[in-house]
Design a protein around this ligand. Structure first.
Ligand code: AOF
Ligand code: ZN
Length: 328
């Protein structure tokens, strides 16, 4: 299973489908074939592993996710394993998908020995974002901001470039590239005209470009930089965040990176829709009232949103603090 998990990690982090790995073992426990999933529309891990062998009869398939039982973009892995004559299937985590689940039951019904839950905690942690998104029918939401040490995102005149240094800004581009969509408010588009592309050190476009999603009723001007985004553009026409996230889920968007501004950030936080915070802190003071996060409707300290810091990274002179809500 540990080998299957290593193989899973070769697949793409982004996109609608999970990272899944599979190894086929002979009766002596030796690995005879390996496979992994390379993203939506391509062979599932089990089928990829089976495709490397002429004869899989009597083998054990070890797979990080319960084999699917549905015909989506590809056929059901349960049936592929049965047809290949696999004798035993060992998996880590159940498939949370409503249509795809049921593979374990189908395999048992066909006489295949099935063992679930092997290395489940490790695989669940590895797939945490995808599993959470699929179970909730909405993407995982990371709210990012860059602020001064005193929590300000801009100076009194609205200028905000550049609070953090180049290493921190480079990390933001990596985080964009590890997301399916970038959410911004129309106010941020009008004020800053961001391109919202994921770029490398030399300004070159990175291989994966998340689609920008502009939240708000007002349209994006024809001349806005984001209109030239290589992944296209989604305009929401409303501020109904739950409806917007449901719509993104339906498009197979699992990871959303929220980049502004303070009104959108506070609306998501107040609605309990922020799953993670990526806070870039610069050793700079600005004072004043241009805060990184707007009003959260918290009247008293007892109602404060409590977070757990999951990591702290130093990037040049800046810090990246990652945190998650304590409940939920
Ligand atoms: C597996 N093995 O390697 C993966 C599985 O529409 P499709 O064909 O792309 O199927 C996507 C769903 O199949 C996905 O949401 C998840 O439930 C399952 N993924 N299952 O047996 C795999 N990637
Ligand atoms: Zn499958």
């Amino acid at each position: 299973m540990r080998r299957a998990l290593e193989l899973a990690a070769r697949g793409p982090l982004t996109g609608g489908n999970p990272q899944v790995g599979c190894v086929l073992l002979d009766a002596g426990g030796a690995v005879v074939a390996e496979g992994w999933h390379r993203g939506a529309g391509t062979a599932h891990a089990e089928v990829d592993a089976l495709s490397r062998l002429e004869d899989a009869r009597g083998l054990t398939a070890v797979v990080t996710l319960e084999p699917c039982n549905h015909t989506g973009r590809t056929g059901p892995c349960s049936e592929a394993l049965i047809a290949a004559g696999v004798a035993r299937v060992v998996y880590a985590v159940s498939d949370p998908g409503h249509e795809s689940a049921g593979g374990a039951a189908r395999l048992r019904e066909a006489g295949v020995e099935v063992i679930g839950g092997v290395l489940a905690d490790e695989v669940r942690a590895f797939l945490h974002v995808w599993l959470t998104a699929v179970a909730r029918h909405r993407p995982w939401v990371t709210v990012k901001w860059a602020s001064t040490l005193d929590g300000r995102a801009a100076a009194a005149d609205g200028t905000s470039q550049w609070i953090t240094g180049t290493a921190a800004r480079q990390r933001v581009h990596e985080q964009r590239a590890a997301s399916d969509a970038i959410l911004v408010g129309i106010g941020t588009v009008l004020a800053d005209d961001p391109a919202l592309t994921a770029r490398g050190d030399g300004g070159e476009l990175l291989a994966h470009q998340p689609i920008p999603v502009v939240v708000g009723e007002r349209g994006v001007p024809a001349t806005a930089a984001v209109r030239a985004h290589p992944a296209g553009l989604i305009e929401t026409g409303s501020r109904d965040l739950e409806a917007i996230l449901r719509e993104l889920d339906a498009r197979g968007i699992r990871r959303v990176y929220v980049e502004g501004g303070p009104t959108l950030a506070s609306a998501l936080i107040a609605a309990g829709l922020a799953d993670e915070y990526a806070v870039y802190l610069a050793p700079v003071l600005l004072g004043g009232d241009r805060l990184a996060v707007g009003d959260l409707g918290i009247p008293t300290i007892a109602d404060a949103r409590r977070l757990r810091i999951t990591s702290i990274e130093q990037l040049g002179d800046d810090l990246l603090v990652t945190a998650r809500p304590i409940q939920g």
